[in-house]
Design a protein around this ligand. Structure first.
Ligand code: SF4
Length: 363
């Protein structure tokens, strides 16, 4: 049983969670929007402190991070839960698990026994020490907090990240960006990289498709960058929802304003979860979006979910030479040396790009 971080007590046993921009006010016996933070007797608890529902050794390219220790592996962990409810979620079985009422036992709200609720949460008990030990044993370069939204398992992620940092491992958030600035400030000292989803450049779409808002996501991307965390951005292109030239240009210009060396991953949508009524994104739409990104000044724009058909290569921004070539999540060739193009000496933005410094192995 773990008391939650980032909340304040209100009159009549209510609490205000300040972990994410929802800022849920929660009555005794109730959950917040994410349904994994529970008010019991005026104290807010996390129900997923040590309940890891998924853990795998992944290529860092799968996050996707293309400019952070390329070719390395990242030990990736998740609990159930998410603070958004995207209709097209690819991991909905675990991200939305906690929001299905039938998963929870009928408990008396006044009962102080949290163990009943905690037992109901699916997942394998894993401490930060065990997660770090497995990552080291696997020769991973980093630990990724991913698959669902790591903000909602913040306590586990932060404790693990602090320990991982002490042991020489890197830490990665793969996130929807729906995190409070206070939580980001607490995490940033031990966070090395983040891939942040920028789903739409339209507040209505964020509200109706995902149950969130655009503004806090933009602030998160800017804040990570200001705090020195390596940032890459991912956009899933959904036909007729976020693929107009105007919206793509707005996204690209926003990212370029954060930094022209922020990599932008534009990925192909496929029908899933509650969004089965739309086709896959045509490859031509992805190619067009990439050109819009480049026209906005972005140096590194990638096409995702199109292995072998999309642009997955890192080109030197100075001379255009292919310096890191990939197929899907695999690095085929990496000629970056000391963060520079071997042909013209231009800097290639990123963290530990040269292959010689990687210690992880791709599976
Ligand atoms: S993390 Fe966000 S969604 Fe969950 S209880 Fe806190 S404010 Fe609400």
């Amino acid at each position: 049983m773990k008391e939650a971080a980032f909340y304040e007590k209100l009159p009549a046993g209510r609490v205000r969670c300040r972990l994410c921009p929802h800022e849920c006010e929660i009555a005794p016996g109730q959950h917040g929007v994410c349904a994994v933070r529970h008010n019991r007797g005026g104290v807010l608890y996390t129900l997923v402190w040590d309940k890891v529902v998924a853990h795998n050794l992944d290529p860092i390219e799968k996050k996707p991070l293309f400019h952070f220790h390329p070719g390395s592996t990242s030990y990736s962990v998740a609990t159930v839960g998410c603070n958004l409810r995207c209709l097209n979620c690819q991991n909905w079985e675990i991200s939305q698990w906690s929001k299905e009422r039938h998963h929870w036992p009928d408990t008396d709200p006044s009962c102080p026994e949290l163990a009943v609720l905690e037992r109901a949460v699916i997942g394998e008990p894993m401490t930060p020490e065990r997660i770090v030990a497995i990552a080291q044993h696997s020769r991973a370069v980093s630990i990724s907090y991913t698959y669902t939204e790591p903000t909602i398992f913040f306590e586990l992620a932060l404790a693990t990240a602090q320990l991982a940092r002490q042991q020489g491992l890197k830490n990665v958030f793969v996130t929807n960006g729906y995190t409070s600035p206070a939580a980001i400030h607490a995490l940033a000292p031990v966070l090395d990289a983040a891939n942040v989803d920028l789903k739409f450049f339209n507040d209505d779409a964020y509200r109706h498709i995902c149950g969130g808002r655009l503004g806090p996501v933009l602030e998160t991307i800017q804040l990570y960058r200001q705090l020195g965390v390596w940032v890459e951005v991912t956009t899933l292109l959904i036909p007729s929802l976020n693929d107009t030239e105007a919206e793509l240009r707005q996204m690209a210009e926003f990212i370029a304003g954060v930094g022209v060396d922020v990599p932008w991953h534009i990925s192909q949508f496929h029908p899933t979860y509650k969004m089965q009524d739309r086709p896959r994104t045509p490859a031509t739409t992805i190619h067009r979006a990439r050109q819009i990104g480049l026209a906005a000044g972005l140096r590194y724009v990638y096409e995702g979910n199109l292995p072998g058909q999309g642009h997955e290569t890192t080109n030197c921004p100075g001379c255009g030479r292919a310096v890191i070539e990939r197929f899907g999540f695999r690095v085929l060739r990496n000629v970056v040396r000391n963060g520079q193009c071997p042909a013209c000496g231009a800097a290639i933005a990123g963290v530990e790009l040269s292959p010689a410094v990687n210690t992880g192995r791709q599976p």
